[in-house]
Design a protein around this ligand. Structure first.
Ligand code: CA
Length: 259
């Protein structure tokens, strides 16, 4: 299959960038459109970008031809085209293809011109003569910008009070009922030291005598379940006193949160 095709002169091959479902095997290939009236440069750039980026590359020599094509991910636009001059070409392309990122490639390289080009909506600028590697790197940077950002990481810990669950990265932790009570007593009071007797009262009730040592065991287990690689990350020991939730204030799902 030939992914690079060239349209010469004013003509343009409209089959260059078909809708994704038709583009055999290229469903995920990025699309690039090279708009350049110099045949040698156009072909060289198109071939190179196709080879280096595995992009589906269309190419044409006039703005008119470009405007008849589907919007690519990135358009490489020469500002010196026979049918559109300079920044006017950029403006028209922008209007017609608002979703495309535009890399302007031109010999007009003074600072004022570059600044004006960026102001007029160019996403990047490369001055002729440019190296193919530089062009490739700039196109690739624009393609990266277009790539959808990865799904956000699930929250580290979520407290689902309705289900009496603690979720770690979306997975419920296998806490025993007592561990869950220890957790909720501490996590409801972030940053606050809770004495051992108070913790016992909260977890077991008024008749907690005899459980003092046991609470330490449960806290130890709980720590390992909350984060096996860093067991002391969430619950700090307050020496001679008790424990303190040192983790973040957790988002609490489920019931009203009066406690
Ligand atoms: Ca030109």
């Amino acid at each position: 299959m030939l992914a690079v095709r060239h349209a010469h002169g004013a003509a343009c091959d409209n089959s260059l960038m078909k809708p994704q479902e038709e583009s055999l095997g290229h469903a995920c290939a990025p699309t690039v459109l090279v708009i350049e009236d110099d045949d040698v440069i156009r072909e060289m750039v198109a071939e190179h970008l196709h080879g280096a980026l595995a992009a589906e590359v269309g190419a044409c020599a006039t703005l008119e031809a470009a405007l008849g094509m589907p919007a690519p991910d990135v358009a490489v636009l020469d500002l010196g085209l026979p049918d559109a001059d300079g920044l006017e070409a950029l403006r028209k392309l922008r209007e017609a293809m608002p979703s495309a990122l535009v890399l302007v490639a031109t010999a007009r390289g003074t600072l004022a011109e570059r600044v004006e080009g960026l102001r007029q909506g160019a996403d990047d600028y490369v001055v002729k003569p440019f190296s193919l590697l530089e062009l490739e790197a700039r196109v690739q940077a624009l393609l990266r910008r277009r790539a959808p950002s990865p799904a956000p990481e699930p929250e580290e810990l979520v407290w689902d009070e309705a289900a009496r669950h603690v979720l770690r990265q979306g997975e419920p932790l296998p806490l025993t009922p007592l561990e869950y009570l220890v957790f909720s007593a501490l996590a409801a009071r972030p940053g606050q030291a809770v004495s051992r007797p108070d913790l016992l009262r909260l977890v077991i009730g008024p008749n907690f005598y005899g459980y003092e040592r046991l609470i330490d065991v449960h806290v130890g287990h709980l720590r390992h379940k909350l984060d096996p690689s860093e067991p002391f990350r969430y619950i700090a020991t307050v020496r001679g006193y008790g424990y303190r939730w040192d983790g973040p204030q957790l988002r609490r799902e489920g019931f009203g949160h009066a406690r």
